[in-house]
Design a protein. Structure first.
Ligand code: DGP
Length: 112
């Protein structure tokens, strides 16, 4: 499958990793939209939120257990935003489920 994030998981494309274990990977976004902007992804390909079901929701729950740990390690003690885009209307550009974790500064009140 021609998926950029699967290639980042395999190491074919380099990334600046902030957390990794057997199930998930977190790395800095190439085009940061906040002082701190990392992406948290499942290693196993899931295309977007639309594809979450009982076969993979455990991994998604695991990601949400790890996001606070990752945020703490990045020093985001004053809060952060978690965003996921799904499909064309949301401008999802990489079709591998990912959660943007944004912080390190006061973010806009607008989300869209
Ligand atoms: P989205 O629009 O929600 O699909 O966000 C995709 C994000 O992925 C976007 O903020 C830029 C980031 N991105 C795309 N290609 C790469 C890459 O090769 N490396 C890294 N680190 N980030 C990437």
């Amino acid at each position: 499958m021609d998926c950029i994030f699967c290639k980042i998981v395999s190491g074919e494309i380099p990334s600046k990793k902030v957390y990794e274990d057997e199930k998930i990977l977190a790395f800095y976004d190439l085009n940061p939209q906040a002082k701190v902007h990392v992406l948290v992804i499942p290693k196993k390909h899931i295309s977007c939120v639309d594809e979450i079901d009982s076969s993979n929701s455990e991994t998604v729950a695991y990601i949400f257990e790890k996001i606070p740990v990752i945020a703490k390690s990045l020093g985001l003690s004053n809060g952060y935003r978690v965003i996921t885009n799904c499909g064309d209307d949301a401008c999802q550009s990489v079709k591998h489920l990912h959660f943007h974790v944004l912080g390190g500064e006061k973010l806009s009140e607008r989300m869209a």
